[in-house]
Design a protein around this ligand. Structure first.
Ligand code: SF4
Length: 496
């Protein structure tokens, strides 16, 4: 397998999304931007490894760059009467696939494709249809085709229960129906990628789904600065529709405002950008918000991680597990006190965090979060898990306010926010070029994703490295709540 026209199942799925991805992978791989997070990949690997035991004992075909070695090993296992073969490899006419689990079914075999997501999607069907095609072309008697994915309603109690953790869906009929289209698709993809001159391919919704394409920046390099794709919250389908109708730049959008029913929020975003408008402040509305706050004020922010395979009792797949918080306590005169919590690595952080939280935030005080629905969800979940702490936790829940509201309601509006009210846009818009508030200046941890990954993998480090990672995590989370203090300060200044 080394020709550009050779297709593995992942290359087939990429080609199904857009054949130009394969062409660029071969001729211009340097243009790709990696957009699959490490946590997603790690979850996928862990789930795949665990699922192998679902049907009992299994024989594993070890990975080799030499695919013929893998197919030979697979045949060896089949001949030896194996009941389950993990990574069973098959190759025919330049097509290759490794089946996650090949499960014996009477005089034939079942294909079991394992996914770490919580539901079946169209691209998984394509993936399984490709495997079905390859195996039947190799003369394998395929009885059934199954998709095995995570059951989101599973709650861990004691030992991991694989039958509860996974859901299996029978996709045989759909895979069968698609057999003919697989052959056609393979031929079309091969034709497309066999030309050496770069093929023309305009951007469209397939650049977003089923996966956000890593070449979006490259293929969208003709777009003007400030274009329809920059409109905050616009649906991809709508943006591509306007794009294909020639309504691309902000000027185009304004000129066609009536025809495309441009929303007031988008018009405001466009006009503010084009006119480089100064910040707009609705003082009565902001005062109304500020009047809801009482002091001392507790600025709170959690860091969490998620696991496809829950490690702790009472946890469901992909549940947010808080492991850290930062708390800036602000008095009416602006004086600040900082408290923080960071769980010990490798432990279930929830109980210790919840106990510390109810100690750090007294009953009846006003707390503040940016986009509080996240913090509230975490607190509610902790209260349900630890009924003896529920009283204190729910008191924090009830007295929480959301710093995002003045920005979401556009009571404070800055062109630099580009129509967004996320803290990622709000903070640099309010404090441009402030090194103290610039996350790029932090060491090691710069965003929530990096914080989760850093905590999750901390146990694999030396004590010295762990000390550094913990310090980085504390600095990162501390900046989150300090940033909130500064944002609130800006609101207060704006109404003075
Ligand atoms: S960005 Fe779009 S057009 Fe370009 S390779 Fe990716 S999916 Fe294809």
């Amino acid at each position: 397998m080394s020709l550009i026209t050779d297709l593995s199942k992942s290359r087939y799925c990429k080609g199904f999304q857009c054949p130009k991805i394969l062409w660029l992978d071969h001729y211009k791989p340097e243009e790709a931007e990696n957009n699959l997070s490490e946590t997603v990949m790690e979850n996928g690997n862990l789930v795949g490894d665990l699922a192998r035991s679902y049907f009992g004992e299994y024989s594993l075909v070890e990975f080799s760059f030499d695919k013929s070695e893998m197919t030979a090993k697979t045949q060896e296992f089949i001949d030896a009467g194996a009941e389950n073969i993990a990574e069973a490899a098959f190759m025919t006419d330049g097509l290759y696939c490794a089946v996650d689990i090949l499960h014996k079914n009477g005089d034939g075999w079942d294909i079991v494709e394992v996914k770490s997501s919580t539901h079946l999607t169209d691209i998984y069907i394509e993936d399984m249809s490709f495997q079905y095609y390859v195996l039947t072309s190799c003369g394998v008697n395929v009885k059934r085709v199954f998709n095995m994915h995570i059951n989101s309603s599973y709650v861990r109690k004691g030992e991991l229960d694989l039958k509860g953790l996974f859901t299996i869906e029978d996709c045989t009929d759909t895979a069968k129906e698609k057999l003919a289209s697989v052959a056609e698709r393979v031929a079309a993809i091969r034709k497309y990628i066999s030309v050496t001159e770069e093929p023309e391919r305009d951007i469209d919704t397939y650049c977003e789904k089923p996966y956000e394409c890593a070449y979006k920046k490259y293929c969208g390099r003709h777009l003007p600065d400030h274009n329809v794709f920059d409109l905050a919250g616009i649906q991809a389908r709508t943006a591509y529709k306007h794009y294909h109708n020639g309504i691309v730049s902000y000027e185009d959008l304004l000129a066609n405002a009536k025809k495309i029913k441009l929303s007031d929020k988008h018009r405001r975003q466009i006009e503010a950008t084009l006119n480089n408008s100064p910040d707009e402040v609705d003082k009565p509305k902001i005062n109304e918000f500020l009047d809801t706050l009482t002091y001392p004020l507790y600025h709170l922010d959690f860091e969490t991680f998620q696991q496809a395979v829950p490690e702790f009792d009472g946890v469901s797949p992909y549940q947010q597990i808080p492991f850290q918080y930062s708390l800036h306590i602000e008095q009416a005169d602006g004086t600040l006190e900082h408290k923080e919590f960071l769980a010990k690595e490798g432990t279930d952080p929830r109980r210790a965090l919840a106990e510390q939280l109810v100690k750090d935030i007294p009953k009846g005080v006003c707390s503040l979060a940016f986009n509080m629905s996240f913090e509230k969800k975490v607190i509610k979940c902790l209260a349900e898990t630890f009924p003896d702490l529920a009283n204190g936790l729910m008191d924090i829940y009830e007295n929480m306010h959301d710093l995002m509201i003045p920005f979401r309601e556009q009571d404070y509006y800055s062109a630099a926010m580009q129509g967004s009210y996320s803290i990622k846009y709000v903070l640099p818009a309010l404090y441009p070029d402030d090194p103290e508030l610039d996350y790029h200046n932090l060491e090691g941890v710069h965003n929530g994703g990096e914080a989760s990954a850093a905590f999750a993998e901390m146990t694999s480090h030396t004590p010295e490295e762990i000390a550094v990672i913990r310090a980085n995590l504390l600095k990162y989370c501390g900046l989150d709540t300090y940033a909130m203090v500064k944002v609130l300060r800006k609101l207060k200044e704006a109404v003075q």
